[in-house]
Design a protein around this ligand. Structure first.
Ligand code: ISL
Ligand code: CA
Length: 557
């Protein structure tokens, strides 16, 4: 049995900038979210994860925080936040904050003070190094391209930034910085928030040595991700945070941990509860990356189903009984799943979206739904660079096309259309009115042109919609403990077209079968008793061994 509330919860992720604009400036905001809480409640979710809403210059859409104690004026005021939290709580919804403490904005007062001199109270809040032979201290390159080092004349030193230049990394080896972070988190706990999603939290402890790394062939810099993840004091710092912030509260905590392995997660998200409740792992999000490692995620090829099974199964069995999984297909950094692992063509979009939902929601762990996923929202299909806002996408284009000249412009635009983070960030599609009911003004990022046929109003009126299917899945999860806690066993590991697995709890079983192709497939499952009950399916009627295009079905016995 699940014994923690967050184990049987379902999370709905809201990207505030793109959810609902309430004051006609084209930017989603907190009052807009408050207006739409009933929609999330009707979906059946228990928790809302809010992407960062703090004061920020917005270089990385709020992941560059200039004041951790204040609200981004584009999103509203602290009173609007208090109202959102109180209204959510009154409806039985919890709110999880996104905490970004691997780095801050360079406009944070901690940083402006730190940059002034080597001897002020904030001097050691960031990671400063002397020049080496008049150059940057080493050859590390950041997540968003370029060197991780930026020179500041007032200190005659470089600071480290794993992401954009405007996102200096905080120095977690400084106990005062750590205390300042815990105090800030406690400010939000004392307001009554219900949990935290911790941005790139496995990067906070930097390695002892800052020696050069090995760049990929043809690249000027060594990618910092693999160098700084899982630093020597990561677990110490998280245990300290747990004691100083989480202990004694019924919070839900999830760490974003790019590059984390099963072994890492067993410690970070151990059921013993000394660090975090769960982590976001990225293995299944990296399977369709470019075969050329220098190009990283930029690719336009589909995932191989066998790889996907292998990866998800490794995490299911690897954490079973020891730690807790978070389950997701989408977030604000990933392309839309129906366009990525499903089939967005109009005849298959609904079936394949429901098939993917079935696969995910019957796994062990806590499911996360990203806004619009429950409608089967698709990739944006932007065709020119000017359509994009995301700095990762723009930097990558300039790096590979203009600077390195290793990718042709058309090819890179194809990669962006497949993988850009902006695919997830187009405004929520509420109805078929102008701007999809998101805003009365021109939205900050274009609305997907398909909103007249993909929107919540239409989904609510259409029996059998993807939305209604998500409602059913969530309801089932709340009713059937086996969905949360049952053991997982993969069937047909080498099958390139059908993903099938079982869940077991005592004498109860579930058999989950998903056809990942548009072709009819025939598979016989000897384990299935003749009188097994069909619990849910994305088709009417059941032909047992026959699987229609993107058919998904779950038997209970
Ligand atoms: O977005 C990615 C791949 O496209 C990742 O490399 C991402 O940068 C990484 O997972 C960290 O993401 C988080 O921190 C970033 C921020 O830009 C992302 O939106 C956030 O989810 C820096 O704060
Ligand atoms: Ca607004």
């Amino acid at each position: 049995m699940a014994n923690q509330w967050w184990q049987s919860a379902v999370v709905y992720q809201v990207y505030p900038r793109s959810f609902q604009d309430s004051n006609g400036d084209g930017i989603g905001d907190l009052p807009g979210i408050t207006q739409r809480l009933d929609y999330i409640k009707q979906l059946g979710a228990d928790v809302i994860w809010l992407n960062p809403i703090y004061r920020s210059p917005g270089v990385d859409n709020g992941y560059d925080i200039s004041d951790y104690y204040d609200i981004n004026p584009e999103f509203g005021t602290m009173a609007d936040f208090d109202q959102l939290l109180a209204t959510a709580h009154a409806k039985g919804l919890k709110i999880m904050m996104d905490i970004v403490v691997n780095h801050s904005s360079n406009q944070n007062k901690w940083f402006t003070a730190s940059a002034k001199s080597k001897d002020n109270p904030y001097a050691d809040y960031y990671i400063w190094r002397d020049p080496v032979d008049g150059h940057a201290p080493n050859n590390w390159g950041g997540f968003f391209g370029g060197s991780v080092w930026k020179y500041v004349a007032s200190r005659d030193q470089y600071y480290l930034h794993s992401f954009a230049v405007e996102q200096p990394d905080l120095n977690w080896d400084n106990p005062q910085l750590r205390q300042a972070v815990y105090d800030m988190m406690n400010f939000w706990v004392n307001k009554g928030v219900d949990g935290f999603r911790l941005d790139v939290i496995n990067l906070i402890s930097k390695p002892a040595s800052f020696a050069d790394g090995q760049p990929e062939a043809g690249e000027p810099y060594a990618a910092i991700g693999g160098i700084i993840a899982n630093g020597p004091h990561l677990h110490d710092y998280l245990q300290e945070m747990n004691q100083q912030v989480f202990a004694g509260h019924q919070l839900m905590t999830v760490g974003e941990t790019p590059g984390a392995t099963v072994a890492d997660a067993r410690q970070l998200a151990s059921l013993q509860g000394q660090e975090l409740n769960m982590v976001f792992e990225f293995e299944h999000m990296g399977l369709d990356g470019n075969p050329d490692p220098a190009l990283g995620k930029w690719n336009d090829q589909p995932v191989r189903l066998v790889d996907l099974k292998q990866s998800l199964s490794k995490w299911q069995t690897g954490l079973q009984g020891a730690a807790w999984n978070s389950l997701y297909w989408n977030n604000h950094d990933q392309p839309r799943i129906v366009s990525r692992f499903g089939d967005e063509r109009p005849v298959y979009r609904e079936r394949s979206a429901k098939m993917l939902a079935t696969l995910l929601h019957f796994l062990q762990g806590t499911p996360y739904i990203y806004e619009g996923e429950e409608l089967g929202m698709t990739n944006a299909h932007f065709s020119q660079l000017a359509d994009y806002q995301d700095l990762e996408s723009l930097n990558a284009y300039h790096h590979f096309v203009d600077d390195e000249q290793v990718v042709q412009s058309d090819q890179m635009l194809g990669y962006l259309a497949h993988m850009s983070r902006d695919n997830a960030r187009t405004p929520m599609q509420w109805d078929d009115s102008q701007n999809a009911g998101f805003s009365t003004a021109t939205p900050w990022l274009a609305v997907n042109a398909n909103y007249p046929r993909i929107n919540t109003q239409l989904a609510q009126r259409t029996p059998g919609s993807i939305l209604s299917y998500y409602q059913r899945l969530i309801k089932l999860r709340h009713q059937l403990p086996i969905m949360t806690t049952g053991d997982y066993r993969l069937l047909l590991p080498e099958d390139a077209s059908v993903y099938a697995y079982m869940r077991h709890a005592g004498s109860q079983h579930l058999l989950v079968i998903c056809n990942f192709t548009a072709a009819t497939q025939t598979r016989h499952f000897a384990v299935l008793p003749a009188d097994a009950h069909l619990l849910i399916s994305n088709y009417d009627g059941d032909h047992r061994d026959v699987l229609r295009a993107y058919e998904a079905k779950v038997y209970q016995f």
